[in-house]
Design a binder for this molecule. Structure first.
Ligand SMILES: [Zn+2]
Length: 199
């Protein structure tokens, strides 16, 4: 993912940004814990490692990382259900209504799980990353807020009950929302994965 980065961590190569330094001027790599000073020399940004932060929390078994997979699991089912409902309706299979309902339920689970994932992510940032101003996390917070807005908007497009017909422009708008959500999930997961596993 091409997140704007000015330099990379000299230890683990995670992309970092000149907006990342703490108020004391040092950047602590969120993946490997390298404590570096960012020096600008002849227009080049040069990270100079001074130490490695000793006290690090193992990130892989955290609520945020675990919870996020619930939405990642329900979202494709919502999309498959919403995509095939109009096809079944077109061929006059009455099953289309159940498929549409299934997709809607998956979307509601995605919204609840997504909101919880967002909240646990913010808690992780405050605790594990000590609320440091990492640009990648700032991008994640903005994208997550946008994702929740798109999800709520998708529910408005569809309505909280079954639709009369899946073959309509309104339903196309609903589908477009679902694909936009999947794209946002991909971006968020990509950045999040790097913050856990490194580059
Ligand atoms: Zn690093």
């Amino acid at each position: 993912m091409a997140v704007m980065s000015d330099f990379t961590c000299p230890v683990c190569h995670l992309p970092l940004s000149s907006e990342d330094p703490d108020s004391n001027g040092y950047v602590v790599c969120p993946v490997c814990g390298a404590v570096m000073e960012v020096v600008v020399s002849n227009g080049h940004v040069i990270p100079v490692v001074h130490a490695i932060e000793g006290k690090r929390v193992q990130p892989r078994f955290r609520t945020h990382s675990l919870l996020t997979h619930l939405s990642i699991g329900t979202m494709p089912i919502a999309i498959i259900g919403a995509l095939f409902a109009p096809v079944l309706e077109f061929f006059s299979f009455s099953l289309w209504q159940q498929l549409d309902k299934l997709a809607l339920y998956m979307l509601i689970i995605t919204l609840v799980a997504g909101a919880l994932t967002f909240a646990t992510g913010v808690i992780d940032w405050k605790q594990r990353y000590r609320g440091r101003p990492y640009k990648q996390i700032a991008i994640k917070i903005k994208l997550s807020g946008f994702l929740l807005v798109v999800c709520i908007s998708a529910l408005f497009f569809h309505g909280l009950h079954s639709v009369d017909t899946a073959i309509s422009f309104k339903y196309l708008g609903y589908l477009a929302h679902l694909f936009a959500m999947m794209g946002l999930y991909t971006l968020l997961g990509n950045i999040g994965g790097k913050l856990i596993f490194g580059k």
